[in-house]
Structure formats: C-alpha cells, structure tokens
Design a protein around this ligand. Structure first.
Ligand code: SAM
Length: 304
C-alpha cells in the first residue's frame, strides 16, 4: 500500500534537524550526518546495530513487536534487551503519543461499549488490523463483566500477532469475548455474504497513518461492508504535528530507515472521512488539552 515515497517523509529529509548531547550513544560523526546528510549507509548501519526497534522496523514497519516495545517498555522476545537507542526512541514525544493513544482510545472505547451494552443489551465489535489486540485487552479490563453480551473480533493478516493475541486473551480470561481471524480486510475476496451479521462498532488503529488521503478514502469505503448502517468507529491517524514537534525521531525512523508514514492535516483527515461517506461525530486528541500527534476520529456510517 505504501510503496510510493511519502512526500511528507521527503520534506522532512530536507529539513535541518538538530541532534543534541542526549544522543551521546551515537558517534558524533553519525549525529552530524543525521542533521543534513542522513542518506549514508553508515548512519543506517549504526542504528541497525544499536536498536532493536530499528531492526524490526527495517524488516516490517507494521510488525507488532515494535509497538509492543513502545507500549510496554520491553521486547516480547525472550533474551532481547533494549539499548539506549531503543529507550531514546520509545521515550520520545512520539513514543509517548503512542502510549497515550492506547490509553485514551481504549478507555474511550470501554466507556462507549459499556453505555451501548446498557442501551442495546448486545454488541459486536470489529477490530481491523488488531495485531495482538492491545486495544481490546486494555478496553476489556475496564468493562464490567460482558462475556455473554459482547463479541469482539480481531482481524489481522499477520498470524504471529493473532497467535500472540490469543495467548494474551487466555491469560486475561477474555477468551470467550475475543475471537481472532486471519484475513485481509481490504480484499474483495473477503467481502461478507449477504446474510452474514455486520458489526455494530469498529476500531481501525494504526492503518491510515501510512496511507495517502486517496488511499485512506478507499480503505474507509471498503471496510463499510463489514458494518451495519449506523455503526460507529474509532479511528486514530497521524497528524503533521508529529513531524513538526519530533523531527528527530521521525528523521531516524522515516528518513534513515525508510518508514513511509503519511501524516495529514486535521482538515485532510476530516475531508477523508466525509469523502468516504462517513459522518464525523467528533475528532479529539491523545493529548489532554489537544494539539497532539493523532487525530482520533469518532465516525459513523450513515443510516440509509
Ligand atoms: C501498525 S499495526 C497496528 C496494530 C494495532 N492496531 C495497534 O495499533 O497496536 C497495523 C496492523 O494492521 C495489520 N494490517 C494492515 N493491513 C491489513 C489488512 N489489509 N488486512 C488485515 N490486517 C492488516 C498489520 O498486519 C498490522 O498488524
């Protein structure tokens, strides 16, 4: 999906970004190169040698293990310890924004589901691109017992992340609520049959961040088929603010290692949802007081 080089990443590469003494775990020569001349194999090799986050990202930018390190401060792999470079990356404003996104979206979702269960009695949730279900696990911890009334389906292409999610669901006692399905939700081969039940509520987290506005519109239009008319979704997506306030982290992750993120303006985000035929109920931030790195969109599929 993100094969085209992101113009936002290209623009970030043209900026002069200052790297200070807090990065003394990187040789001074590499720090200097990072400021303007980051297209240098020595820079990339240095970060690949020093950071588990960078090694994971280089292999697969969508890998759940990278997010796990940022969310929980440790590698899920036995025997892998984190370096100072990893702590610098995950301790950055952008790492904090990811942790805040998890906290704010999962607690918002828990409140939404609790209220919806009170009103409707039952609810079906679809978590598209769920990884090992961090959002489901956090939200379910805050929802009063609901195993008979709530069904939460986690969908992902990556079987290893689904296996990990299943293991965590059992460990937390949520195996009767959570279900894991390996599926490409953008493939027309996976369109539901006419009489398949549609979901009442959806999460789409960490998916639109790597898409252009046109790709995001197409994605939002395609996933409508899984939801009933009137269903509501919560969808966080990366804003330009992220590159503005933390160019150091994104210089390493995007310019040096090649992560083709496509942050958007708030107006672009709103326009994407409206063009895709959604009602935008609200857009809020992962940061108290607003102006954070993510637009968290609460949207609805219109009733006919
Ligand atoms: C950045 S991760 C986000 C994981 C989780 N939602 C979170 O925010 O912690 C994106 C996930 O979406 C999955 N994914 C991307 N495109 C997909 C598709 N078309 N169908 C199913 N899964 C997809 C990837 O395999 C990956 O696990």
């Amino acid at each position: 999906m993100a094969s085209v080089v992101s113009s936002k990443v290209e623009a970030l590469g043209k900026r002069v970004v200052h790297f200070g003494d807090e990065m003394d775990f990187i040789p001074a020569r590499i720090r200097q190169l990072l400021e303007t001349d980051w297209v240098n194999a020595d820079v990339r090799d240095c970060f690949l040698a020093k950071s588990e986050i960078c090694r994971i990202l280089r292999k697969n930018p969508a890998d759940w293990e990278m997010l796990d390190i940022v969310y929980y401060g440790a590698s899920p792999r036995d025997g892998v310890s984190l370096s100072r470079a990893d702590h610098w990356l995950s301790g950055s404003l952008s790492g904090q924004a990811l942790r805040d996104r998890l906290k704010v979206v999962s607690s918002w979702t828990a409140r939404y589901i609790t209220k919806a269960l009170e009103v409707d009695g039952r609810l079906t949730v679809l978590d598209l691109g769920a990884g090992p279900a961090p959002y489901a696990l956090e939200a379910l911890k805050a929802i009063p017992d609901c195993s008979e009334r709530l069904s939460w389906r986690c969908v992902d292409l990556d079987q290893l992340s689904l296996d990990e999610g299943e293991k965590r669901a059992r460990e937390h006692g949520f195996e009767r609520v959570l279900e894991f399905k390996n599926m490409d939700f953008l493939s027309s081969r996976n369109a539901p049959e006419a009489d398949d039940p549609r979901a009442d509520f959806g999460l789409l987290v960490g998916i639109l961040c790597g898409m252009s506005p046109a790709e995001a519109v197409s994605c939002l239009q395609k996933i409508k088929m899984f939801f009933r008319p009137g269903a509501e979704l919560i969808v966080p997506t990366l804003l330009n603010q992220a590159f503005e306030e933390d160019p150091q982290t994104f210089r390493v992750l995007c310019n040096v290692l090649g992560w083709q993120l496509k942050p958007k303006s708030l107006d672009e985000v709103r326009e994407v949802f409206v063009t895709a035929g959604y009602i935008v109920n609200d857009i809020f931030s992962e940061r108290e007081g607003g102006n954070g790195q993510y637009a968290i969109v609460h949207a609805a599929i219109p009733q006919p």
